[in-house]
Design a protein around this ligand. Structure first.
Ligand SMILES: [Zn+2]
Length: 45
């Protein structure tokens, strides 16, 4: 699923499809999706 950041302890958590949405470090259940690097491609005309 990707990388998430815990809303409480601010650690990065990597979740897979089978994992529950829960921080493995502190048990907090609110995780924020971390910003992923998006490469913007702009077509130059
Ligand atoms: Zn946590």
């Amino acid at each position: 699923m990707g990388l998430y950041r815990c809303g409480q302890c601010d650690k990065e958590v990597e979740l897979t499809m089978s994992d529950p949405i829960r921080c493995p470090f502190c048990g907090f259940k609110i995780l924020f999706k971390t910003r992923q690097k998006v490469v913007k491609r702009v077509k130059a005309r």
